[in-house]
Design a protein around this ligand. Structure first.
Ligand code: SF4
Length: 368
């Protein structure tokens, strides 16, 4: 398949691996920010092909994983209300709140629908003016433009029975929070290419300079990831800490200018809670004052829900790279994709789910 197969070419992959091996003289720990990258790394066994000292730490860039439990509970509370049509992407329906998930609420009679775009939810609102239609808008800078556009359209078209439950988070503040952690082992970042395709790269040089870490914008196919690792190793070995772009076919330095303008109009920066990590200042978006009337939390008065995680779950440590998934005692035992205790096992992009899907259960069985 064009644009996919050519970035999985085994001959070119071998050549990049040879270059990485040749360039590596010391152990290095680098974090791939995005869960999609984690999934690709584990699926293709890339971490097992690298020089022994190169460690890939799996970062917090899985939107489902970092959506706080209380936000899931708010979604459940809103969805259960009479007259509401609650819309979400399919991957959020299985994410357990403190007691149940959206599938359970749906089976109890709530009108919960899977949509493929927030604009589908807006169309539902137009078709059902007597109902309240809510879209669950989660994710990083990548998914935010479509949600921003939808709210903008709702306001422009005068569709007042639509609202957005917002849980958007931002990558650069998370990188800063990871580097500020006293137990941080990260020496470099493979930045999330799709985030940069929207936001550009202008936010990263200051982070690279402040924390003295290379930041390499990296894609998702095997060759993209290997090239990102290669550029990172070259910088680390040379003692440099610059921002480079290993994904230029998708990421222009300025990002997507119209999308950024839409985001600036509809959202404003706010503190956000990250599941398993806690509150990171100025690390997310909420609807700006011009669009606040479309905020589902305010419309349904669910702002004060507080919930606790399973005491067995160490997803926060996984998301910050302090442990690998198989080092959690519940991995593959109490916690499996059929019975997930934490969001990193629910989402296909979650590190725990990736380890479970691609052979890493063996690590538990042989006791390593
Ligand atoms: S294996 Fe399950 S319980 Fe352990 S950290 Fe991952 S999601 Fe949480």
């Amino acid at each position: 398949m064009k644009y996919l197969d050519e970035f999985s070419d085994p001959v070119l992959a071998r050549r990049l691996l040879d270059q990485i091996h040749a360039a590596t003289t010391k152990p290095w720990a680098m974090m791939e920010v995005c869960g999609g990258q984690t999934h690709s790394i584990i699926r293709h066994g890339i971490d097992q092909l690298l020089p022994e000292g190169i460690e890939l730490i799996h970062g917090p860039g899985c939107p489902v994983c970092v959506t706080p439990l209380e936000t899931i509970d708010k979604a459940l509370a809103i969805a259960a209300q009479p007259g509401v049509i609650f819309c979400s992407f399919g991957d959020m329906l299985r994410v357990p709140g403190s007691g149940r998930d959206l599938f359970t609420v749906k089976s109890a009679g709530a009108d919960v629908r899977v949509v493929y775009s927030p604009l589908d939810a807006l169309e539902l609102a137009r078709q059902h003016p007597d109902r309240e239609v809510v879209f669950f808008g989660i994710g990083f800078e990548t998914t935010a433009p479509a949600n921003a556009m939808t709210v903008h359209q709702a306001r422009r078209l005068g569709i007042r029975n639509f609202s957005l439950l917002v849980s958007h988070v931002l990558v650069p503040p998370a990188i800063a929070a990871i580097m500020e952690s006293p137990s941080c082992r990260v020496q470099a970042f493979l930045a999330a290419g799709h985030v940069c395709s929207v936001m550009g790269t202008a936010q990263y040089p200051a982070l690279a300079a402040k924390y003295r870490v290379p930041i390499v914008v990296t894609g998702f196919e095997p060759l993209d990831i290997l090239e990102g690792i290669r550029q990172t190793v070259v910088q680390l070995e040379a003692g440099r800490h610059e921002v480079t772009n290993a994904y230029p076919r998708v990421v222009p330095a300025e990002g997507n200018v119209p999308a950024r303008a839409m985001l600036e109009d509809v959202f404003e920066v706010a503190d956000r809670t990250w599941r398993g990590i806690g509150t990171i200042p100025a690390s997310g978006w909420r609807l700006s004052a011009r669009y606040r009337e479309f905020d589902a939390e305010e419309r349904f008065a669910v702002g004060e829900i507080r919930t606790d995680e399973s005491p067995l779950c160490r997803a926060g440590e996984v998301l910050q790279g302090h442990i690998k998934p198989h080092e959690c005692a519940a991995f593959g035992k109490e916690c499996t994709p059929r019975n997930p205790l934490g969001a990193t096992m629910v989402s296909a992009e979650g590190a725990c789910a990736a380890y479970y899907a691609y052979r890493r259960l063996d690590l538990v069985e042989v006791g390593t």
